[in-house]
Structure formats: structure tokens, C-alpha cells
Design a protein around this ligand. Structure first.
Ligand code: SF4
Length: 461
């Protein structure tokens, strides 16, 4: 995906582990693709919470691990990587709270609340002071203000007052809690490292610390890990239809992660194969060229099915940071040159199928097409391994307003012209379901959240 659509966050936790801080740093590093602007860790030494927050990427602090470890005594920790869309650019999670009844606690959140404005206004009227406009602070105040008898009951009480997509981890002096919203829109997995339980947004965060994958936290499930390392599971919310985000399969999750017992990498290859079935190559095509890295697995699947060679016609420079990501067309143009170069040697005079996973605004893709034409490419047939994105996401993904979504405002023919390609094809919604789940979409009760493609929002917006 070239248009900078992001997950807002990733979460991680580990209990009863003498390397809790180092393992949290590693886990958060593995989840970096879910949020690059800041990260934080809150640790418990069974009597007190200690917190560390950093504006920037996890790898920036690798040289300071010992210092961080010293500042965070404790064998239990939760952590968070953040991409700021809801709330100000500055600020990091986990967010800490305190109440006389519950003592110190902290919460980290992946997702987006949909009734947050009204809840925040009510809390302000009640005298609560907000330090940020991050959704998680609303949850923290709701917990602190709960009249329930203990932290767990207060936590559940707070969540019953909010609506939206959330995978949360929380910590107090003794306990770690993990929970997924009743529709299960955002992912959360459970792992085991020796006697320690690990919670993480994706299995790649388990792999990096050699933790074993146990299972996914179910939609609406809340797990409590007590100081003795025992795990209890409860389902405290009204049950809802599961609506896991299908876009995790298309783009957001790391290809080496496993979701719903499916390899993301294999699923993306299957998506590419289905794209080749729905939209076979033109007769004069010389090669399949993916947009790196997001288009590569689908391009492999497309190439395998079509029998055409896949070539790395675009080379990505991995050393560009996020410094240049600014929402102006001019800066985005410069950024393309910093990020990609055309592999002229293999592209010159060739007709190609260019594959990417999705189109959001289309402007960046246009710049890539210009770069390829300048490299001497003949025909460019663009194939996209997801359906057209016509609607914004309200569940924790940073998509632009509909007015900025190219597919919401242009027909396929218009997009073909404005992106300057010879043809353009998208995977169908049923094709995506077929590749991900092996069945077509149930239009009465869709198996996934697919609202950005269909406008069918599972829990309001
Ligand atoms: Fe995922 Fe799209 Fe649903 Fe957002 S609207 S949760 S990106 S499928």
C-alpha cells in the first residue's frame, strides 16, 4: 500500500518474567508496523507501577536497554506502539490512572472507540481533567470513576460504557488483563514463554521472544492473569456477531503472523491467485512486478497461477524513516524517489502487470507509474489484490475521508486515466472472501468487517 494507511496501534504484555522489560521491547519492535510514532511500557514490581515512554521507534532505544531496564523494575509489563490518528501526534501509551479504591493502573489500547466524544464530555462535566485526546484516557477515567468493588470489576464496568473496536491490555500492581471487543474487530493473541503468559496484537511478537502461540483471545473474551501466573477467562459482555477486520489479511498484519489459524503470507498468495483467476494477464505481458513490500505475496500468487515470471522491477530503499511522511502532495512526490527506484535494466521495453494490495488516494501510485514509464516500461496493467476502498474506517485504521478516497469518487475508467495505466482491475469482494475463508460473503451476516469496501459497518460509526 503506497498511500500511508496505518494501524493505529499494537499491544503487548508479559507476566512473571525476569526479562519482562527486554521481552516487551522485542515484542514491541516486532509490532512496529502497527505504529511507529511512539511506544511505551508500564511495569509492575508487585507493589508499584513504573512507566517509560518514547517518541520514536523502538529500535532507537536498543542501546539504552540497560537504562530502561533499571528504570522499570518488575517482572510484569504491558507495552504499546502507537500511530497517532485519534488524539494528538504527541503522547504515548500505556496511559496510567489512579483511584483511591483501585490504586495505580495503566491501560494500552489498539482500536478506536465510536462513542468517545459523548463519554468524554460527560466525564468533563463530572470534573475529570484530560491530559490528551487519546481514546484510552476515556477508558482510564471510566475505570478510576467506577463504583465497583475491585479493579477487575471497575475495568469491566468501564468497558460496558464504551463502544467500538478495542484490543486492550491493562496492568495494576498484581494483575494483567487482556480483552477483545465483543465484535473482535482488532486482533489479540495469547502465547506462553515458560511459565509466563504473553498477550500481543500479532503472533510475530511471540516469535521474536520464542514464545509459543497458545490461541487467539476470542471476541468479547477477557483474560485475567493473576500474580501467581494463573489465567482466568470470562465473557462479561453481551455477545455480538464476530466481525474481524478482513483488511488484516490484505495489508495490516505482518506476513509471518498467523490469524484465525491462517498464515497471512499464504493467504496473501491465495489472494493473488484469486486475482489471477478473476483478472487473467493480457497476452503480451512479459512479467509480474510487485510494489514492494506490500504487493509481493499477492504477486507471487498471481505469478504462480498465471505462469508468468515475477521480477523485482521496483527496488525499495528500506532506510527511509517516517520523517518525510507529510500529507502534502509535493512532499509525497519526493518521498517516492527516496523510497523506490525502478530496476531499469529488467524493465526497459517490457509490458508488465503491476500488483499492489490496495489503492487509497491513488496519488502515490501515479508517481510510481511515472517512474516506471521513465524507466522505459511499455504497457502497465495495474491489478489490485483487494476490492475498491470507498468508505472510511472508524475502527482503528487511519483511512482518509471519503472525499479523498479515489475509488469513492472515480469510476474504474476514470481511475485508469488518472493513474495513467493501460488497464486497472480490482479483486472482487467475493474473491477476497474466497481467498481468505474459502467461501463467498454472506451478505445477510458478513463473516468479517469489510466496511471500507462495502459500507456495511458492523457496530455503528
Ligand atoms: Fe478493517 Fe476496513 Fe473494517 Fe476498518 S472498515 S476494521 S479497515 S475491514
Amino acid at each position: 500500500m503506497l498511500d500511508e494507511v496505518h494501524e493505529e496501534c499494537g499491544v503487548f504484555s508479559i507476566n512473571c518474567n525476569e526479562n519482562a522489560i527486554f521481552n516487551s521491547i522485542l515484542g514491541l519492535h516486532a509490532l512496529q508496523h502497527r505504529g511507529q510514532e511512539s511506544f511505551g511500557i508500564v511495569a509492575s514490581d508487585n507493589s508499584k507501577l513504573h512507566s517509560y515512554h518514547f517518541q520514536g521507534q523502538v529500535s532507537s532505544v536498543f542501546d539504552d536497554v540497560e537504562e530502561i531496564r533499571k528504570s522499570l523494575p518488575g517482572n510484569h509489563a504491558i507495552g504499546h506502539v502507537r500511530y497517532a490518528t485519534s488524539g494528538s501526534k504527541l503522547g504515548a501509551q500505556p496511559i496510567s490512572g489512579n483511584s483511591e479504591k483501585f490504586g495505580d493502573f495503566a491501560v494500552a489500547h489498539n482500536g478506536n472507540l465510536i462513542n468517545v466524544s459523548s463519554t468524554r464530555e460527560q466525564l468533563i462535566e463530572q470534573g475529570y481533567v484530560f491530559q490528551s485526546d487519546i481514546d484510552t484516557e476515556v477508558i482510564v477515567h471510566l475505570i478510576a470513576g467506577s463504583t465497583k468493588g475491585n479493579f477487575l470489576e471497575g475495568f469491566i464496568d468501564a468497558l460496558k460504557q464504551i463502544n467500538g473496536a478495542y484490543s486492550l491490555v491493562a496492568i495494576n500492581q498484581e494483575t494483567i488483563i487482556g480483552v477483545r471487543d465483543p465484535a473482535g474487530i482488532r486482533p489479540l493473541v495469547l502465547g506462553k514463554l515458560g511459565d509466563s503468559y504473553v498477550l500481543a496484537s500479532e503472533t510475530c511478537a511471540l516469535d521474536i521472544i520464542n514464545a509459543e502461540f497458545v490461541r487467539e483471545i476470542q471476541p468479547g473474551e477477557l483474560v485475567v492473569i493473576n500474580p501467581d501466573g494463573e489465567l482466568t477467562s470470562v465473557f462479561p459482555f453481551v455477545q455480538q456477531k464476530s466481525s474481524f477486520c478482513i483488511f488484516e489479511y490484505v495489508y495490516f498484519s505482518r506476513p509471518d503472523s498467523i490469524m484465525e489459524n491462517r498464515s497471512i503470507y499464504d493467504t496473501r498468495k491465495e489472494i493473488g491467485k484469486t486475482l489471477a483467476q478473476e483478472s487473467p494477464p493480457q497476452n503480451n505481458i512479459d512479467m509480474i512486478v510487485p510494489i514492494p513490500d506490500s504487493g509481493i505475496p499477492a504477486a507471487i500468487g498471481y505469478a504462480e497461477h498465471s505462469g508468468l515470471p515475477m521480477e523485482l522491477g521496483i527496488i525499495r530503499n528500506h532506510y527511509i524513516g517516517r520523517t518525510f511522511i507529510q500529507p502534502t502532495a509535493e512532499v509525497r512526490k519526493v518521498r517516492i524517489k527516496l523510497k523506490f527506484d525502478a530496476n531499469k535494466h529488467i524493465l526497459k521495453g517490457k509490458n508488465i502487470i503491476l500488483i499492489d494490495d490496495s489503492i487509497v488516494r491513488g496519488s502515490t501510485l501515479r508517481n510510481v507509474v511515472v517512474m516506471l514509464k521513465n524507466a522505459g516500461v511499455g504497457e502497465i496493467h495495474l491489478k489490485i489484490s483487494s476490492p475498491t476502498i470507498k468508505y472510511s474506517c472508524f475502527y482503528g485504521i487511519d483511512t482518509p475521508d471519503c472525499k479523498d478516497l479515489i475509488a469513492a469518487n472515480q469510476s474504474i475508467e476514470e481511475m485508469t486515466k488518472s493513474i495513467c495505466v493501460d488497464s486497472l482491475a480490482f479483486l472482487s469482494v467475493d474473491g477476497l472472501y474466497q481467498a481468505v475463508k474459502g467461501e463467498t460473503r454472506n451478505d445477510t451476516v458478513p463473516q468479517y468487517c469489510d466496511a471500507c469496501f462495502t459500507g456495511n459497518y458492523p457496530i455503528g460509526k
